[in-house]
Each structure stands twice: as structure tokens, then as C-alpha cells.
Design a protein around this ligand. Structure first.
Ligand code: SF4
Length: 308
């Protein structure tokens, strides 16, 4: 049961605030600039932008997920909703059927609000929105409805990190837990492996700073269930493609030393990765532990280390 003092931020917002922001974001789809691709596509006229999305909501699946970070999973799981399509489109994506091949089913905003309520009723500790930004207008309308139906668990914004600060600002007071990737430090790597997104490192840094400004450091409470804060994910890639040490250094110099960072070891050459020699293999133990040691050297104290 959620204690009164631990209620999610969105319950403190003024009446209709979420709806107002949803309307503003919905209108942005006329010349869509919801993400750094800034296609200016008229999605409301049925046209699809780089992300492959028009104004229809396509959802791949929703369920209690037990494979996320421990403080999100707890006992009953993280109430995860997987949205179809993606604006980053990495060529090694483990969910490429969802992000590239657009698998999913058309749903209404009312359906999405029901999913949130169903996940809460099942005991989920949070609503975990996976790759949500291109559907942000739909999500905020659904959230407004779900709150009226009694939603009272925190929202987790689970993103590639390829985000516009102005859009993340629209989530101030709505999202309690940010879960961004920080994928690359080198613009050339981002360009090569994430569909020409050479601006990824700059956008990711600025978005992460804004997320931290809103929710602060993620500290796991005594009950083991995260309620609020910034949780960064970094996937170590073979041959230092992701620039792990530079990312760790940047975090240690620009955010508090106790910033939560999950240094992930599970890289696998999914989808088109076997076509590129530098990322066509799993990582080696030495590559992973070199990053862990470096994180310690930089003084980071809130590092999740996965068993290699
Ligand atoms: S959300 Fe999609 S349509 Fe909008 S700017 Fe990004 S890629 Fe383009």
C-alpha cells in the first residue's frame, strides 16, 4: 500500500493540468517536433514521421515485468507497457520487431488508461512506459483518465535518452522515475549505429540533466521499492563503441556521485549487428570490469553491477 507521503507527484497537480499539457502536445503532431528528429510531419493528417507513427496509438504488449531493475520490480513486478515504433532505431535493437518492424495492435486512449488500471490492480509497483515519447500526447490523455479511475502508482519514463529538453519539461510533476539510456558518447558511433543520430550524445546529456533537475537522485527506500529519482542505464558494447568511460566520467562530473547507474553487461548482436564487425560479438569479461573499476575510480557510489 502506498503511504500518503509517498503518493506520486501527478496527484499534486492542479485539476486538468495533465489534460492541458496533453492538448498542447497533441497539437504539436500537426508539425511533429516531439523528438530530436523534428520531422515536422503532419501526423494528424495521417502521415508518418521518421518513427513510423501517425496519430494512431499502437501498443505491442503490457504486463508485469520481472526483468527490470530490482527497485522497480519489487515483489509484484513493474507494470510495463511496450509502445510500438521508435525514433532512434538502433541497428542492434533487441526489441527490433517492436521498434523497427512495428509489431503491435491499434488501441484507443481509453484502452491505454484501462491497461494502467489493470496493471495497478495486479499489484505492479509502477507504470513503466517503454519508448513512449512519440505517443506522449496519447499517454497524457490516458493518464488523465486513469487518475480519475484511481491510479496512484508512480510513472517510470523508460527512454533511449534521445529526447528534447522542452518535451521532458512537459513531464515535470508527472513523471517520478526517469529511466534513460545513455548509449554513446561519440557522435560517430551514434550516427553509424542509430540511424544517423549523430546528435544523440548532446540531446541525451541535456535531457538527463533536466530529468535530474526534476526528480533528483534515485535512492532505494527501506522497503526496496523505488518511488522517485533518476536511474541511468548504460549498455557496455564491444570494442568501446559506446564510449563507456567517457560516459562514466561525464556523469561523475555533472551529476551527484550517488547518481544511480546500471552498467549493463548483456549486449548481444541482435537484428543487423552481425553486419558490423565491431559490434558483431558479445562483450568480454575484461571489457565489462574495466568500466566497473573506472566507475569506482570516478567515485560513483550507486552503481548496479550485473553478474557477467
Ligand atoms: S516523434 Fe516521430 S514524427 Fe515526431 S519528430 Fe519524432 S520521429 Fe518525427
Amino acid at each position: 500500500m502506498i503511504m500518503k507521503t509517498e503518493k506520486p507527484s501527478y496527484l499534486n497537480l492542479k485539476k486538468d493540468e495533465i489534460k492541458k499539457r496533453a492538448e498542447k502536445l497533441w497539437n504539436m503532431m500537426k508539425q511533429c517536433q516531439l523528438c530530436p528528429r523534428m520531422c515536422k510531419t503532419n501526423r494528424l493528417a495521417g502521415k508518418k514521421g521518421f518513427c513510423g507513427t501517425d496519430d494512431k496509438l499502437i501498443i505491442s504488449s503490457y504486463h508485469q515485468h520481472f526483468g527490470e531493475e530490482k527497485p522497480l520490480v519489487g515483489i509484484n513486478g513493474s507494470g510495463t507497457i511496450f509502445f510500438s515504433n521508435c525514433s532512434l532505431k538502433c541497428i542492434f535493437c533487441q526489441n527490433w520487431e517492436i521498434s523497427h518492424a512495428r509489431s503491435g495492435i491499434k488501441k484507443s486512449i481509453e484502452d491505454l488508461s484501462e491497461m494502467m488500471i489493470t496493471l495497478q490492480k495486479a499489484g505492479s509497483h509502477n507504470i513503466n512506459l517503454v519508448t513512449p515519447t512519440h505517443y506522449l500526447p496519447h499517454i497524457l490523455f490516458a493518464l488523465d483518465i486513469a487518475i480519475k479511475k484511481g491510479l496512484k502508482i508512480p510513472i517510470v519514463y523508460n527512454t533511449s535518452g534521445y529526447e528534447l529538453v522542452e518535451i521532458i519539461k512537459q513531464l515535470d510533476g508527472i513523471v517520478d522515475i526517469y529511466l534513460p539510456d545513455f548509449k554513446y558518447f561519440d557522435t560517430k558511433m551514434a550516427e553509424k549505429f542509430s540511424s544517423d543520430a549523430k546528435d544523440y550524445p548532446e540531446y541525451a546529456k541535456n535531457a538527463i540533466l533536466e530529468m535530474h533537475r526534476q526528480v533528483g537522485v534515485a535512492i532505494t527506500p527501506n522497503d526496496g521499492i523505488m518511488k522517485r529519482g533518476l536511474m541511468i542505464r548504460h549498455l557496455v558494447m564491444p570494442n568501446n563503441v559506446s564510449g563507456s568511460k567517457e560516459i562514466i566520467k561525464w556523469i561523475s562530473e555533472n551529476l551527484p556521485k550517488n547518481t544511480y547507474i546500471n552498467i549493463m553487461s548483456q549486449y548481444y548482436p541482435y537484428y543487423r549487428a552481425p553486419e558490423f564487425a565491431e559490434i558483431s560479438r558479445e562483450i568480454e569479461m575484461d571489457e565489462y570490469y574495466e568500466v566497473i573499476e573506472y566507475a569506482k575510480k570516478c567515485g560513483l557510489t550507486n552503481v548496479e553491477i550485473q553478474g557477467y
